[in-house]
Design a protein around this ligand. Structure first.
Ligand code: IMP
Length: 434
């Protein structure tokens, strides 16, 4: 049921990673921003590294929605994000240096939680202690910040605007954090007052950006403006639906849009899942369609598969349709945006993982148990590769027959239409399929 007060038919769009992150969401956001008035981030934090290449210039966004590159569009950082205010100012500074107008275009939720220096220390310490059992986090403090939010000891952006309360609360929380840092991890603790001073020093720069973004979004939507909700990470890193515990600590799938922006589900029109034509993941955890080391290295080099936030080499694998079908289900994708098709050119054979085999049994569902997922062996459908350069393709019929067959097979298996196909890094290297 659509809201009665919707006065225009401009659609609200959601962009979600359909795999383990790094699917090329930022490029899709950048392209689709033309169609919307507001771009809003709803979860995650500076663990994200969203890369956009425009006119040969490369921008990497960690916290600011990549829609900021489009003059006249507003950008919102929603309550579901854990905000590193110092990192945010740095990011704003480099955008301004690059000639991007940020002033009056960025709005931060007063309800967003703050990422504090002790979160980062605890993230690193916890990973070190886990040793080979580590999650492989981005070391940005994301898990500890969301832990505090859920444990009801977090600090919000609005708290930063009340200096006396902020100092009292940080002092209180730091007592416990220092207990863990010193007594459990054997590390030096943090100085509460120095932390507070550093945050209060920058708060005058943050204050003008802060608003009740739920009210802001509602008023814009009711006026007939539309939004694009920009997801970070991906469905398989979602805290509920991902490969837990090798996940991030937020709701990277569609549910996170409503809780992370404070808008009702009736506003969401198109839910787009962004998937690479193959699969990558950074960090630890089972990955059934992972390529062998040599082949994986070849794809990594071709696809430039190195983390935008950490620089870590990404693990590479064939497109896993069992996982993608699962992502379509839990998000209700209305369409898929397939990226990096060009990277698969010039291969003799291309594999699609269409099922798993576990101890001789064929399974089609993505398992909840990681032990079971680790035992899954991929069942591949082999397809003939294409031998042409795709980078200039601007419509479906520019693709070689084998590439079109590949797209057909993906659509047929996941029963979701592929709507856009990306064939290169640049903003222009993309076309609408359906
Ligand atoms: P965290 O989000 O830093 O806690 O990391 C948890 C897991 O999510 C690790 O496997 C990270 O590599 C992964 N991760 C977090 N952010 C991203 C991202 O933007 N792209 C890909 N993987 C990510």
């Amino acid at each position: 049921m659509k809201q009665k007060h919707r006065i225009k038919s401009k659609k609200n769009l959601v962009i979600i990673g359909a795999q383990w992150g790094d699917e090329g969401k930022a490029k899709m956001v950048d392209v689709l921003t033309e169609q919307v008035d507001i771009v809003a981030r709803y979860q995650g934090g500076s663990n994200a590294g969203h890369t956009v290449v425009t006119d040969g210039k490369k921008f990497v966004f960690h916290q600011i929605p990549s829609g900021i590159l489009h003059e006249g569009k507003k950008c919102v950082i929603g309550n579901g994000v854990v905000l590193d205010p110092i990192g945010l100012l740095e990011e704003m500074g480099s955008l301004v240096k690059a000639g991007v107008k940020v002033k009056d275009r960025l709005i931060i939720s007063d309800r967003a939680h703050l990422l504090m220096p002790y979160h980062r220390l605890l993230d690193g310490a916890s990973e070190n202690r886990k040793g080979s059992g580590k999650i492989g986090t981005t070391n940005r403090g994301i898990g500890p910040a969301y832990m505090d939010k859920m444990a009801r000891v977090g600090l919000k952006v609005v708290d930063l605007l009340e200096p006396a309360y902020f100092r009292r609360k940080v002092r209180e929380v730091v007592k416990e954090k220092n207990f863990w840092l010193k007594k459990y991890f054997g590390l030096p603790g943090v100085d509460a007052d120095k932390t507070v001073d550093a945050y209060l020093k920058i708060s005058p720069q943050i204050k003008p950006l802060v608003a009740d973004t739920t009210a802001y979004l509602e008023s814009r939507l009711k006026k007939g403006e539309n939004i694009l909700a920009e997801g970070a990470q991906g469905t398989l890193l979602d805290v509920d639906f991902g490969t837990y515990p090798y996940v991030t600590s937020s709701s990277a799938s569609v549910g996170g849009v409503c809780t992370g922006l404070g808008i009702g589900p009736q506003w969401l029109d198109e839910i787009y899942g962004v998937a690479k034509a193959y699969t990558t993941r950074v960090g630890e955890g089972p990955f059934p369609s992972e390529m062998d080391e040599d082949f994986g290295e070849k794809i990594r080099k071709r696809g430039g598969e190195y983390g935008a936030t950490t620089g870590r080499p990404r693990r590479c694998g064939w497109l896993d349709l069992v996982a993608l079908k699962y992502a379509c289900r839990v998000n209700g994708f209305t369409g898929i945006l397939l990226t990096k098709m060009d990277v698969l050119s010039y291969l003799q054979t291309i594999k699609l993982c269409v099922a798993y085999k576990v101890k001789g049994q064929l399974i089609q569902e993505f398992p909840a148990s990681l032990r079971r997922l680790a035992d899954c062996r991929p069942v591949y459908k082999e397809m003939k590769g294409w031998q042409g350069d795709l980078s200039q393709a601007s419509q479906l019929k520019d693709l070689p027959l084998e590439a079109r067959k590949y797209l057909d097979e993906v659509e047929r298996t996941i029963r979701t239409p592929i709507q856009w196909v990306s064939v290169g890094q640049d903003r222009s290297q993309i076309f609408q399929k359906s």
